[in-house]
Design a protein around this ligand. Structure first.
Ligand SMILES: Nc1nc2c(ncn2[C@@H]2O[C@H](COP(=O)(O)OP(=O)(O)OP(=O)(O)O)[C@@H](O)[C@H]2O)c(=O)[nH]1
Ligand SMILES: [Mg+2]
Length: 433
Protein backbone atom coordinates (compact mmCIF):
# COMPACT_ATOMS: atom_id res chain seq x y z
CA UNK A 1 0.00 0.00 0.00
CA UNK A 2 1.46 3.33 -1.09
CA UNK A 3 1.58 6.20 1.39
CA UNK A 4 -0.02 9.44 0.30
CA UNK A 5 -2.63 12.10 0.98
CA UNK A 6 -5.60 11.32 3.13
CA UNK A 7 -8.79 12.11 1.24
CA UNK A 8 -12.40 12.63 2.28
CA UNK A 9 -15.76 13.10 0.58
CA UNK A 10 -19.47 12.79 1.05
CA UNK A 11 -20.08 9.21 -0.09
CA UNK A 12 -23.88 9.19 0.09
CA UNK A 13 -26.34 11.13 -2.07
CA UNK A 14 -27.01 14.82 -2.11
CA UNK A 15 -28.35 16.14 1.22
CA UNK A 16 -30.82 16.63 2.79
CA UNK A 17 -31.42 12.98 3.62
CA UNK A 18 -31.93 10.89 6.74
CA UNK A 19 -28.27 10.00 6.98
CA UNK A 20 -25.16 11.27 5.21
CA UNK A 21 -22.00 9.17 5.06
CA UNK A 22 -18.64 10.91 4.86
CA UNK A 23 -15.76 8.64 3.95
CA UNK A 24 -12.13 9.28 4.83
CA UNK A 25 -9.27 7.21 3.39
CA UNK A 26 -5.53 7.37 3.79
CA UNK A 27 -2.74 7.11 6.38
CA UNK A 28 -4.20 9.91 8.54
CA UNK A 29 -7.81 8.68 8.51
CA UNK A 30 -7.68 7.27 12.05
CA UNK A 31 -5.83 10.33 13.38
CA UNK A 32 -8.47 12.55 11.84
CA UNK A 33 -11.21 10.69 13.67
CA UNK A 34 -9.26 10.88 16.93
CA UNK A 35 -8.97 14.65 16.49
CA UNK A 36 -12.68 15.09 15.77
CA UNK A 37 -13.72 12.99 18.77
CA UNK A 38 -10.89 13.63 21.22
CA UNK A 39 -10.88 9.89 21.93
CA UNK A 40 -9.02 6.82 20.71
CA UNK A 41 -10.47 5.22 17.57
CA UNK A 42 -12.84 2.28 18.03
CA UNK A 43 -11.95 -1.28 17.07
CA UNK A 44 -12.03 -2.08 13.34
CA UNK A 45 -15.45 -2.51 11.73
CA UNK A 46 -17.25 -1.82 15.03
CA UNK A 47 -19.93 0.88 14.88
CA UNK A 48 -19.89 3.31 17.83
CA UNK A 49 -21.57 6.62 18.64
CA UNK A 50 -19.29 9.63 19.04
CA UNK A 51 -19.57 13.37 19.56
CA UNK A 52 -17.82 15.14 16.69
CA UNK A 53 -16.23 18.52 17.39
CA UNK A 54 -14.38 20.97 15.21
CA UNK A 55 -10.67 20.34 15.91
CA UNK A 56 -9.71 24.01 16.34
CA UNK A 57 -12.87 25.76 17.61
CA UNK A 58 -14.22 22.83 19.60
CA UNK A 59 -17.71 23.60 18.26
CA UNK A 60 -20.13 20.69 18.39
CA UNK A 61 -20.75 19.28 14.88
CA UNK A 62 -22.95 16.22 15.32
CA UNK A 63 -23.61 13.05 17.22
CA UNK A 64 -22.48 10.45 14.69
CA UNK A 65 -22.15 6.74 14.21
CA UNK A 66 -18.53 6.08 13.25
CA UNK A 67 -16.79 3.09 11.72
CA UNK A 68 -13.08 2.44 11.34
CA UNK A 69 -11.33 0.04 8.99
CA UNK A 70 -7.66 -0.77 9.25
CA UNK A 71 -5.30 -1.08 6.28
CA UNK A 72 -5.25 -3.30 4.27
CA UNK A 73 -8.69 -4.67 5.27
CA UNK A 74 -10.76 -1.87 3.77
CA UNK A 75 -12.37 -0.89 0.48
CA UNK A 76 -9.37 1.20 -0.60
CA UNK A 77 -6.75 -0.92 1.15
CA UNK A 78 -5.85 2.12 3.28
CA UNK A 79 -7.08 3.16 6.73
CA UNK A 80 -10.71 4.14 6.23
CA UNK A 81 -13.19 5.96 8.47
CA UNK A 82 -16.90 6.39 7.85
CA UNK A 83 -18.90 9.11 9.61
CA UNK A 84 -22.65 8.46 9.54
CA UNK A 85 -24.05 11.93 10.15
CA UNK A 86 -27.50 13.42 10.31
CA UNK A 87 -28.07 14.14 6.63
CA UNK A 88 -28.74 17.88 6.69
CA UNK A 89 -26.88 20.24 4.38
CA UNK A 90 -25.38 22.30 7.21
CA UNK A 91 -24.32 19.21 9.18
CA UNK A 92 -22.53 17.78 6.18
CA UNK A 93 -20.93 21.15 5.42
CA UNK A 94 -19.71 21.51 9.03
CA UNK A 95 -18.18 18.03 9.02
CA UNK A 96 -16.42 18.57 5.68
CA UNK A 97 -15.23 21.94 6.92
CA UNK A 98 -13.74 20.38 10.05
CA UNK A 99 -11.96 17.74 7.96
CA UNK A 100 -10.45 20.38 5.63
CA UNK A 101 -9.10 22.15 8.71
CA UNK A 102 -6.91 19.14 9.51
CA UNK A 103 -3.48 19.17 7.92
CA UNK A 104 -2.67 16.36 5.50
CA UNK A 105 -6.32 15.94 4.52
CA UNK A 106 -7.95 17.10 1.32
CA UNK A 107 -11.23 16.63 -0.54
CA UNK A 108 -11.24 13.57 -2.80
CA UNK A 109 -11.44 13.81 -6.57
CA UNK A 110 -14.11 11.97 -8.55
CA UNK A 111 -13.57 8.21 -8.41
CA UNK A 112 -10.49 8.55 -6.19
CA UNK A 113 -11.57 6.01 -3.55
CA UNK A 114 -12.19 3.37 -6.22
CA UNK A 115 -8.97 4.32 -7.96
CA UNK A 116 -7.05 3.69 -4.76
CA UNK A 117 -8.83 0.35 -4.35
CA UNK A 118 -7.62 -0.55 -7.85
CA UNK A 119 -4.09 0.75 -7.34
CA UNK A 120 -3.78 -1.11 -4.05
CA UNK A 121 -4.89 -4.34 -5.70
CA UNK A 122 -8.20 -4.58 -3.80
CA UNK A 123 -10.14 -4.78 -7.07
CA UNK A 124 -9.23 -5.14 -10.73
CA UNK A 125 -10.33 -2.96 -13.62
CA UNK A 126 -13.43 -5.03 -14.43
CA UNK A 127 -14.57 -4.80 -10.81
CA UNK A 128 -14.06 -1.03 -10.84
CA UNK A 129 -16.17 -0.86 -13.99
CA UNK A 130 -18.76 -3.10 -12.38
CA UNK A 131 -18.93 -0.78 -9.35
CA UNK A 132 -19.46 2.26 -11.58
CA UNK A 133 -22.23 0.41 -13.43
CA UNK A 134 -23.80 -0.77 -10.19
CA UNK A 135 -24.17 2.84 -9.08
CA UNK A 136 -25.60 3.80 -12.47
CA UNK A 137 -27.89 0.75 -12.82
CA UNK A 138 -31.53 1.68 -13.46
CA UNK A 139 -33.01 -1.70 -14.20
CA UNK A 140 -32.87 -5.17 -12.70
CA UNK A 141 -30.92 -6.64 -15.64
CA UNK A 142 -28.32 -3.86 -15.39
CA UNK A 143 -28.03 -4.37 -11.65
CA UNK A 144 -27.42 -8.12 -11.99
CA UNK A 145 -24.79 -7.69 -14.71
CA UNK A 146 -23.01 -4.91 -12.79
CA UNK A 147 -23.08 -6.86 -9.54
CA UNK A 148 -21.58 -9.96 -11.12
CA UNK A 149 -18.69 -7.84 -12.44
CA UNK A 150 -18.26 -5.90 -9.19
CA UNK A 151 -18.17 -9.21 -7.33
CA UNK A 152 -15.22 -10.26 -9.46
CA UNK A 153 -16.87 -12.91 -11.64
CA UNK A 154 -15.08 -11.71 -14.78
CA UNK A 155 -11.91 -11.03 -12.78
CA UNK A 156 -11.72 -14.62 -11.51
CA UNK A 157 -12.36 -16.04 -14.98
CA UNK A 158 -9.62 -13.86 -16.49
CA UNK A 159 -7.19 -14.93 -13.75
CA UNK A 160 -7.95 -18.59 -14.41
CA UNK A 161 -7.47 -18.11 -18.15
CA UNK A 162 -4.21 -16.26 -17.55
CA UNK A 163 -2.96 -19.07 -15.29
CA UNK A 164 -3.78 -21.65 -17.93
CA UNK A 165 -2.09 -19.62 -20.64
CA UNK A 166 1.01 -19.10 -18.50
CA UNK A 167 1.30 -22.83 -17.94
CA UNK A 168 0.97 -23.47 -21.68
CA UNK A 169 3.50 -20.73 -22.30
CA UNK A 170 5.95 -22.36 -19.89
CA UNK A 171 5.55 -25.64 -21.81
CA UNK A 172 6.03 -23.84 -25.11
CA UNK A 173 9.20 -22.22 -23.83
CA UNK A 174 10.48 -25.56 -22.60
CA UNK A 175 10.02 -26.80 -26.15
CA UNK A 176 12.22 -23.96 -27.35
CA UNK A 177 14.92 -24.82 -24.81
CA UNK A 178 14.96 -28.56 -25.37
CA UNK A 179 14.04 -28.83 -29.01
CA UNK A 180 16.32 -31.83 -29.48
CA UNK A 181 14.22 -34.18 -27.26
CA UNK A 182 11.63 -34.32 -29.96
CA UNK A 183 9.52 -37.33 -29.06
CA UNK A 184 8.62 -36.14 -25.56
CA UNK A 185 7.96 -32.64 -26.74
CA UNK A 186 5.60 -33.89 -29.41
CA UNK A 187 3.38 -35.67 -26.89
CA UNK A 188 3.29 -32.83 -24.40
CA UNK A 189 2.39 -30.29 -27.03
CA UNK A 190 -0.45 -32.46 -28.35
CA UNK A 191 -2.33 -32.38 -25.03
CA UNK A 192 -1.45 -28.71 -24.65
CA UNK A 193 -3.01 -28.09 -28.02
CA UNK A 194 -6.26 -29.69 -26.79
CA UNK A 195 -6.19 -27.51 -23.68
CA UNK A 196 -5.61 -24.45 -25.79
CA UNK A 197 -8.47 -25.35 -28.13
CA UNK A 198 -10.78 -25.84 -25.14
CA UNK A 199 -9.75 -22.46 -23.76
CA UNK A 200 -10.39 -20.84 -27.15
CA UNK A 201 -13.89 -22.34 -27.21
CA UNK A 202 -14.67 -21.15 -23.69
CA UNK A 203 -13.55 -17.61 -24.43
CA UNK A 204 -15.53 -17.50 -27.69
CA UNK A 205 -18.66 -18.35 -25.73
CA UNK A 206 -18.20 -15.30 -23.52
CA UNK A 207 -17.34 -13.14 -26.51
CA UNK A 208 -20.56 -14.18 -28.21
CA UNK A 209 -22.60 -12.75 -25.34
CA UNK A 210 -20.54 -9.54 -25.11
CA UNK A 211 -22.78 -7.66 -27.50
CA UNK A 212 -25.87 -8.44 -25.43
CA UNK A 213 -24.02 -7.36 -22.27
CA UNK A 214 -23.26 -4.00 -23.86
CA UNK A 215 -26.94 -3.68 -24.80
CA UNK A 216 -27.99 -4.47 -21.25
CA UNK A 217 -25.57 -1.87 -19.92
CA UNK A 218 -26.72 0.86 -22.32
CA UNK A 219 -30.26 -0.28 -23.07
CA UNK A 220 -31.68 -1.94 -26.20
CA UNK A 221 -32.13 0.75 -28.84
CA UNK A 222 -35.69 0.68 -30.23
CA UNK A 223 -36.29 3.01 -33.18
CA UNK A 224 -39.92 4.06 -33.68
CA UNK A 225 -40.45 4.83 -37.36
CA UNK A 226 -43.42 5.36 -39.66
CA UNK A 227 -45.31 7.86 -41.78
CA UNK A 228 -46.03 11.37 -40.47
CA UNK A 229 -49.01 11.49 -38.11
CA UNK A 230 -48.98 7.71 -37.58
CA UNK A 231 -48.77 8.38 -33.84
CA UNK A 232 -45.09 7.62 -33.11
CA UNK A 233 -44.63 10.47 -30.65
CA UNK A 234 -47.93 9.69 -28.94
CA UNK A 235 -46.78 6.07 -28.50
CA UNK A 236 -43.40 7.11 -27.08
CA UNK A 237 -45.03 9.51 -24.59
CA UNK A 238 -47.49 6.84 -23.47
CA UNK A 239 -44.78 4.23 -22.95
CA UNK A 240 -42.48 6.52 -20.96
CA UNK A 241 -45.46 8.12 -19.15
CA UNK A 242 -44.44 11.70 -19.76
CA UNK A 243 -44.57 14.24 -22.57
CA UNK A 244 -41.10 13.61 -23.94
CA UNK A 245 -42.04 14.37 -27.55
CA UNK A 246 -44.33 17.02 -29.06
CA UNK A 247 -47.56 15.61 -30.47
CA UNK A 248 -49.68 17.48 -33.00
CA UNK A 249 -51.98 16.79 -35.94
CA UNK A 250 -49.54 18.58 -38.23
CA UNK A 251 -47.65 15.95 -40.25
CA UNK A 252 -43.90 16.39 -39.85
CA UNK A 253 -44.04 17.49 -36.19
CA UNK A 254 -41.01 15.49 -35.08
CA UNK A 255 -37.76 16.37 -36.83
CA UNK A 256 -35.01 15.69 -34.34
CA UNK A 257 -34.64 12.31 -32.72
CA UNK A 258 -35.98 12.10 -29.21
CA UNK A 259 -34.68 9.42 -26.88
CA UNK A 260 -36.26 8.20 -23.68
CA UNK A 261 -35.17 5.40 -21.36
CA UNK A 262 -37.71 2.79 -20.39
CA UNK A 263 -37.70 -0.14 -17.96
CA UNK A 264 -39.89 -3.04 -19.06
CA UNK A 265 -39.88 -6.09 -16.82
CA UNK A 266 -36.41 -5.15 -15.53
CA UNK A 267 -34.93 -4.81 -19.01
CA UNK A 268 -33.55 -1.46 -20.17
CA UNK A 269 -34.76 0.03 -23.46
CA UNK A 270 -33.98 3.33 -25.12
CA UNK A 271 -36.92 4.40 -27.30
CA UNK A 272 -36.01 6.69 -30.16
CA UNK A 273 -38.81 8.74 -31.71
CA UNK A 274 -38.01 9.82 -35.27
CA UNK A 275 -39.24 12.12 -38.01
CA UNK A 276 -42.14 10.72 -40.05
CA UNK A 277 -40.93 9.01 -43.22
CA UNK A 278 -42.00 10.85 -46.37
CA UNK A 279 -40.66 12.67 -49.41
CA UNK A 280 -40.39 16.31 -48.51
CA UNK A 281 -39.11 19.54 -50.03
CA UNK A 282 -38.33 20.92 -46.57
CA UNK A 283 -34.55 20.58 -46.16
CA UNK A 284 -34.71 20.32 -42.37
CA UNK A 285 -37.44 17.70 -42.40
CA UNK A 286 -35.57 15.78 -45.13
CA UNK A 287 -32.50 15.69 -42.87
CA UNK A 288 -34.74 14.39 -40.07
CA UNK A 289 -36.00 11.61 -42.36
CA UNK A 290 -32.44 10.73 -43.36
CA UNK A 291 -31.45 10.45 -39.70
CA UNK A 292 -34.55 8.42 -38.89
CA UNK A 293 -33.61 5.86 -41.53
CA UNK A 294 -30.00 5.75 -40.33
CA UNK A 295 -31.19 5.22 -36.76
CA UNK A 296 -33.49 2.43 -37.89
CA UNK A 297 -30.55 0.69 -39.54
CA UNK A 298 -28.36 0.83 -36.43
CA UNK A 299 -31.11 0.10 -33.89
CA UNK A 300 -31.46 -3.23 -32.12
CA UNK A 301 -35.15 -3.25 -32.94
CA UNK A 302 -37.46 -1.22 -35.18
CA UNK A 303 -41.12 -0.61 -34.42
CA UNK A 304 -42.88 0.50 -37.61
CA UNK A 305 -46.03 2.42 -36.67
CA UNK A 306 -48.86 2.52 -39.22
CA UNK A 307 -51.89 4.81 -39.28
CA UNK A 308 -54.90 2.44 -39.01
CA UNK A 309 -53.63 -0.06 -41.60
CA UNK A 310 -50.41 -1.48 -42.92
CA UNK A 311 -49.24 0.31 -46.06
CA UNK A 312 -46.09 -0.85 -47.84
CA UNK A 313 -43.39 -3.11 -46.43
CA UNK A 314 -42.75 -2.78 -42.69
CA UNK A 315 -39.16 -1.80 -41.81
CA UNK A 316 -39.42 -3.82 -38.62
CA UNK A 317 -42.06 -5.09 -36.22
CA UNK A 318 -45.39 -3.70 -37.54
CA UNK A 319 -47.57 -1.75 -35.08
CA UNK A 320 -50.99 -0.70 -36.32
CA UNK A 321 -52.15 2.38 -34.41
CA UNK A 322 -55.48 4.13 -33.83
CA UNK A 323 -57.67 1.03 -33.34
CA UNK A 324 -60.05 3.42 -31.53
CA UNK A 325 -60.88 4.87 -34.96
CA UNK A 326 -61.17 1.60 -36.88
CA UNK A 327 -62.89 -0.40 -34.17
CA UNK A 328 -60.54 -3.38 -34.60
CA UNK A 329 -59.47 -5.24 -31.46
CA UNK A 330 -56.26 -4.26 -29.70
CA UNK A 331 -53.49 -6.84 -29.06
CA UNK A 332 -51.16 -9.09 -31.02
CA UNK A 333 -52.52 -10.92 -34.09
CA UNK A 334 -50.52 -12.74 -36.76
CA UNK A 335 -47.30 -11.04 -35.73
CA UNK A 336 -48.87 -7.57 -35.87
CA UNK A 337 -49.40 -5.41 -32.77
CA UNK A 338 -52.69 -3.47 -32.79
CA UNK A 339 -52.84 -0.50 -30.44
CA UNK A 340 -54.34 2.85 -29.72
CA UNK A 341 -51.51 5.05 -28.54
CA UNK A 342 -54.07 7.65 -27.53
CA UNK A 343 -56.43 5.48 -25.47
CA UNK A 344 -53.70 3.11 -24.30
CA UNK A 345 -55.48 0.01 -25.66
CA UNK A 346 -53.04 -2.78 -26.58
CA UNK A 347 -50.06 -1.07 -24.95
CA UNK A 348 -49.77 -3.75 -22.30
CA UNK A 349 -49.50 -6.37 -25.07
CA UNK A 350 -46.87 -4.23 -26.79
CA UNK A 351 -44.85 -3.99 -23.58
CA UNK A 352 -45.12 -7.75 -23.08
CA UNK A 353 -43.95 -8.23 -26.64
CA UNK A 354 -40.94 -5.95 -26.04
CA UNK A 355 -40.07 -7.82 -22.86
CA UNK A 356 -40.23 -11.19 -24.62
CA UNK A 357 -38.08 -9.82 -27.43
CA UNK A 358 -35.46 -8.60 -24.92
CA UNK A 359 -35.45 -11.86 -22.97
CA UNK A 360 -34.98 -13.93 -26.10
CA UNK A 361 -32.12 -11.66 -27.21
CA UNK A 362 -30.39 -12.44 -23.90
CA UNK A 363 -31.26 -16.14 -23.92
CA UNK A 364 -29.84 -16.66 -27.39
CA UNK A 365 -26.32 -16.08 -26.07
CA UNK A 366 -26.67 -16.94 -22.39
CA UNK A 367 -26.22 -14.55 -19.51
CA UNK A 368 -23.67 -11.92 -20.50
CA UNK A 369 -20.57 -11.24 -18.44
CA UNK A 370 -18.86 -8.52 -20.47
CA UNK A 371 -20.60 -5.17 -20.63
CA UNK A 372 -18.22 -2.73 -22.31
CA UNK A 373 -16.49 -2.45 -25.69
CA UNK A 374 -13.17 -2.13 -23.82
CA UNK A 375 -13.67 -5.54 -22.23
CA UNK A 376 -14.84 -7.10 -25.49
CA UNK A 377 -11.85 -5.73 -27.40
CA UNK A 378 -9.34 -7.02 -24.86
CA UNK A 379 -10.94 -10.47 -24.82
CA UNK A 380 -11.21 -10.53 -28.61
CA UNK A 381 -7.48 -9.76 -28.82
CA UNK A 382 -6.81 -12.62 -26.42
CA UNK A 383 -8.99 -14.96 -28.45
CA UNK A 384 -7.30 -13.88 -31.69
CA UNK A 385 -3.85 -14.54 -30.22
CA UNK A 386 -4.93 -18.01 -29.02
CA UNK A 387 -6.24 -18.76 -32.51
CA UNK A 388 -2.89 -17.65 -33.89
CA UNK A 389 -1.05 -19.86 -31.40
CA UNK A 390 -3.21 -22.84 -32.43
CA UNK A 391 -2.45 -22.35 -36.10
CA UNK A 392 1.24 -21.57 -35.64
CA UNK A 393 3.56 -24.52 -36.20
CA UNK A 394 6.74 -22.54 -35.61
CA UNK A 395 7.52 -22.93 -31.86
CA UNK A 396 8.98 -19.43 -31.50
CA UNK A 397 5.94 -17.77 -33.05
CA UNK A 398 3.64 -20.12 -31.12
CA UNK A 399 5.14 -18.97 -27.81
CA UNK A 400 4.98 -15.33 -28.89
CA UNK A 401 1.27 -15.67 -29.70
CA UNK A 402 0.64 -17.14 -26.23
CA UNK A 403 2.48 -14.22 -24.70
CA UNK A 404 0.23 -11.82 -26.60
CA UNK A 405 -2.84 -13.68 -25.34
CA UNK A 406 -1.68 -13.30 -21.72
CA UNK A 407 -1.05 -9.60 -22.26
CA UNK A 408 -4.52 -9.09 -23.68
CA UNK A 409 -5.95 -10.58 -20.48
CA UNK A 410 -3.70 -8.18 -18.57
CA UNK A 411 -5.35 -5.31 -20.41
CA UNK A 412 -8.79 -6.68 -19.50
CA UNK A 413 -8.07 -6.78 -15.78
CA UNK A 414 -5.65 -3.83 -15.71
CA UNK A 415 -2.79 -6.08 -14.65
CA UNK A 416 -0.22 -4.79 -17.07
CA UNK A 417 3.12 -6.49 -16.74
CA UNK A 418 6.39 -4.63 -16.23
CA UNK A 419 7.79 -5.72 -19.56
CA UNK A 420 4.86 -4.13 -21.34
CA UNK A 421 5.26 -0.90 -19.40
CA UNK A 422 8.94 -0.76 -20.29
CA UNK A 423 8.05 -1.39 -23.93
CA UNK A 424 5.68 1.51 -23.99
CA UNK A 425 8.13 3.81 -22.23
CA UNK A 426 11.20 3.01 -24.29
CA UNK A 427 9.40 2.80 -27.60
CA UNK A 428 8.95 6.56 -27.31
CA UNK A 429 12.71 7.17 -27.24
CA UNK A 430 14.42 7.85 -30.56
CA UNK A 431 16.45 5.03 -32.01
CA UNK A 432 20.08 5.44 -30.98
CA UNK A 433 19.30 7.00 -27.60
N1 LIG B 1 -57.62 8.69 -32.69
C1 LIG B 1 -56.34 8.53 -32.46
N2 LIG B 1 -55.48 9.52 -32.72
C2 LIG B 1 -54.16 9.35 -32.48
C3 LIG B 1 -53.68 8.14 -31.92
N3 LIG B 1 -52.35 8.24 -31.78
C4 LIG B 1 -52.02 9.49 -32.25
N4 LIG B 1 -53.13 10.14 -32.63
C5 LIG B 1 -53.17 11.51 -33.20
O1 LIG B 1 -52.46 11.55 -34.40
C6 LIG B 1 -51.79 12.81 -34.56
C7 LIG B 1 -50.33 12.61 -34.81
O2 LIG B 1 -49.74 12.07 -33.65
P1 LIG B 1 -48.19 12.13 -33.42
O3 LIG B 1 -47.90 11.27 -32.25
O4 LIG B 1 -47.71 13.53 -33.40
O5 LIG B 1 -47.69 11.42 -34.75
P2 LIG B 1 -46.20 11.21 -35.26
O6 LIG B 1 -46.17 9.87 -35.90
O7 LIG B 1 -45.23 11.46 -34.17
O8 LIG B 1 -46.09 12.33 -36.38
P3 LIG B 1 -44.81 13.09 -36.95
O9 LIG B 1 -43.96 13.52 -35.81
O10 LIG B 1 -45.36 14.23 -37.70
O11 LIG B 1 -44.10 12.12 -37.86
C8 LIG B 1 -52.09 13.61 -33.29
O12 LIG B 1 -53.19 14.47 -33.53
C9 LIG B 1 -52.48 12.52 -32.30
O13 LIG B 1 -53.35 13.01 -31.30
C10 LIG B 1 -54.62 7.11 -31.65
O14 LIG B 1 -54.28 6.03 -31.14
N5 LIG B 1 -55.91 7.34 -31.92
MG1 LIG C 1 -43.78 12.79 -33.96
Amino acid sequence: VRTRDTIFALASGRPPAGIAVVRISGPLAHDALAQLTGRPVPRAARAVLRELRHPSTGAHIDHALVLCFTSPASFTGEHVVELHLHGGRATVAAALDALSALSGLRAAEAGEFTRRAFENGRIDLTQAEGLADLIAADTEAQRQLALSQADGHLHRLAERWADQLLRLLADAEAVLDFAEEEAEVGEASLSDRDDLAALAAEISGYLASAHVGERVREGFIVAVVGAPNAGKSTLLNKLVRRDAAIVSDVPGTTRDMIEAALDIGGLPFVLVDTAGLRQTADAIEAEGVRRALARARSADLVLHVFDQEIAGTPLGQPVVNKVDLTGSAPGERDGVLHISAESGAGLRALEDWLERWGRSAIQRTGAPLLSRPRQREALAACSGAIQEALEQSDPVLHAEALRLAVRALGRLTGKVDVEQLLDSIFSRFCIGK
